[in-house]
Ligand binder design. Structure first.
Ligand code: C2E
Ligand code: CA
Ligand code: CA
Length: 585
């Protein structure tokens, strides 16, 4: 057995126990009573030693104060009770004898209080410090988390989730930065605006999943092939490539060629071998004097040229062409106001019988008396009105006006001619076409047999059944239906059998061939084509009108072939309604 563990030098005496009793309860004490008494006994010894030491030293007092705080006797009340019990009992309980013990006691207690206060302050500072550190650590962590989520958020905001390519926002940001880079004004840059051809067909026929995979595949091919250029996805199947530095158009054309080659490689998606092509609009120009918006609009317009030219190609932006198209757009946008102001009027062109020269009908042809541009022919505004949909109100006016005027041609000696009105595809596809025509006939009093509707072959070839049903209802009412410009479209006679058609209008191109000398082989071919067309039409109970008849010779050939009627300068140019009245009268 060795020495017992270090123990308090003295067992807790009366004073230490009284002290312990005084302070317990003043603050939370994390130790049992016995341990507290032992501690206070040690401190009692130190205080007693200090009171008697020569020379008198305040430092043990400081230490006692500090130790009390270190042992969590750290409340203001704990100090108060300590001072009280030491002052009242220490000298008496321990039977101390010293010179000027009263004075020493006062200074010693002051030292205890000082040590106590300092320790308490230090501990508070420590606590504050650790709180501050904890706050800092928490803040750093929060900031890091925030930065991580900001980065994630920024990535999401600037990238397309399907393909992971940069999106329009990031593209615009980069383009803006490239345009605003100081000192770059004289340099050039380029854009390729790429759109897949007929992507909708893939989506509609094979499903969106296949469509999505195809887009992902195209994206990664573009990214790989155009390494070094920013490739962004800015819409369903629309991509744009930024060529930040170019030496001229050729550089961007090379990028476009690479992109087209990358896209058109066959792709195996879900067991389907897909061959897609793309169209590209190219803009290449000096950095100075342009904006991201200008560039994107120009590239977009150019993309449409590439599409209109059949796709699978690029086109380069041409400012003059764009100017002309914008003028056309402006013209078409002016149509509603022009309708309100009554700037449109109709001319009528005779449809003449090749058998007896009788006036069978007239075709209504729209004219625009434009306040600045003079009288405009339909070719300059009908096409665009069809694209923009403004053909619906315009065509509606033409139909109503033609019926209104034609009604007045009746009641004279000769049988009144029918009026033949051109209907655009959009008009035929309108669900209320039948109702509109019926109401019109009722309002104007024009008999149905005196109205003919001219529609093109492509309108009839539509994939939906509705337009055909509508035309059948109209035909049943007695309205005549003619196929316009026959021969320029599908020229498929087989489908005519099932359609409610009364008449074929053979396009002027075929008739033009009849002008050539009789010996010329092309003339003989055209004549043979026309002859077989006429006999086929007759077999289907259709009448045939030849368009663009300019000479008596052509009229004679057509009559010999068996053509029923003719239209063209030879019979009469388009003219105002009064002139038609003269011919009837
Ligand atoms: P279209 O239906 O084929 O009309 C015949 C066009 O040929 C008319 O041109 C007419 O003036 C022209 N023409 C007549 N005879 C001859 C001839 O002997 N030789 C030549 N070279 N041309 C002749 P226009 O009036 O300029 O009309 C052009 C096209 O505009 C029309 O072609 C028609 O597709 C369209 N259009 C005219 N009015 C309307 C309308 O009210 N609605 C719709 N949707 N289209 C219309
Ligand atoms: Ca026509
Ligand atoms: Ca025609």
């Amino acid at each position: 057995m060795g020495e017992p563990p270090p123990a308090p030098r003295t067992r807790p005496g009366t004073f230490a126990r009284a002290w312990a009793k005084a302070v317990s309860g003043t603050s939370y004490l994390p130790m049992p009573q016995a341990q507290l008494e032992a501690l206070l006994q040690r401190l009692t010894d130190q205080l007693a030693g200090a009171l008697q030491a020569e020379p008198f030293d305040l430092r043990p007092g400081h230490r006692v104060g500090a130790e009390l705080v270190a042992n969590h006797i750290a409340s203001a009340e704990g100090l108060g009770r300590t001072v009280e019990v030491v002052q009242l009992r220490l000298v008496r309980d321990l039977g101390l004898v010293a010179d000027d013990v009263e004075d020493r006691m006062a200074r010693l207690l002051a030292a205890v209080a000082t040590g106590y206060a300092r320790a308490l302050r230090d501990r508070t500072l420590d606590e504050q410090e650790s709180i501050r550190r904890a706050v800092m650590a928490a803040r750093t962590q929060a900031e890091r988390a925030l930065r991580a989520s900001e980065a994630r958020f920024r990535h999401q905001a600037t990238h397309d989730s399907l393909t992971e390519l940069p999106n329009r926002a990031l593209f615009t940001e980069r383009l803006t930065a490239a345009l605003n880079e100081p000192g770059r004004g004289a340099e050039r840059l380029g854009l390729c605006f790429l759109d897949l051809d007929r992507f909708k067909v893939v989506n509609d026929s094979l499903g969106h999943q296949v469509g999505d995979r195809l887009l992902t595949m195209v994206s990664s091919r573009l990214r790989r092939a155009l390494d070094g250029h920013l490739v962004a996805r800015i819409g369903g199947d629309e991509f744009v490539v930024l060529v930040e530095r170019t030496g001229g158009t050729a550089d961007v054309v090379a990028v476009a060629d690479t992109a087209l080659a990358a896209v058109c490689e066959p792709a195996l998606v879900d067991g389907h071998e897909l061959c897609v092509t793309a169209s590209i609009g190219i803009v290449e120009q000096q950095v100075a004097g342009t904006t991201p918006g200008d560039l994107m609009r120009a590239a977009d317009a150019t993309l449409h040229w590439a599409k209109a030219a059949g796709g699978a190609r690029w086109e380069v932006y041409d400012a003059d062409r764009n100017g002309r198209e914008r003028a056309r757009y402006a013209l078409s946008a002016a149509i509603p106001a022009a309708l309100d102001r009554g700037e449109f009027y109709l001319e009528y062109q005779p449809l003449t019988s090749l058998r007896d020269g009788r006036l069978l009908g007239v075709e209504a042809l729209v004219r625009w008396r434009h306040p600045e541009l003079g009288v405009l022919r339909p070719d300059s505004f009908i096409g665009l009105a069809e694209e923009t949909g403004l053909i619906v109100p315009l065509g509606g006016w033409v139909l109503a006006e033609a019926c209104r005027e034609a009604e007045r041609w009746s009641g004279r000696g000769a049988p009144a001619p029918f009026v033949s009105v051109n209907l655009a595809v959009r008009q035929v596809h309108r669900p209320d076409l039948v109702q509109e025509v019926r109401a019109l006939l009722k309002r104007t009093g024009l008999p149905p047999e005196r109205l003919q509707l001219e529609i093109t072959e492509s309108t009839m070839m539509s994939t939906t059944e509705e337009p055909v049903k509508a035309l059948r209802v109209l035909a049943d009412l007695g309205v005549r239906i003619a196929i316009d410009d026959f021969g320029t479209g599908y020229s498929n006679l087989a489908y005519l059998r099932d359609l409610p058609v009364t008449e074929l209008k053979v396009a002027g191109e075929f008739v033009a061939g009849l002008r050539a000398p009789a010996a010329e082989p092309t003339r003989r071919t055209d004549e043979r084509i026309l002859a077989s067309l006429v006999s086929l039409a007759h077999a289907l109970d259709l009448t045939v009108t030849a368009e663009g008849v300019e000479t008596a010779g052509q009229a004679e050939r057509l009559r010999a072939i068996g053509c029923d009627a003719g239209q063209g300068w030879h019979f009469g140019r388009p003219a105002p309604a009064e002139r038609i009245l003269e011919r009837i009268g």
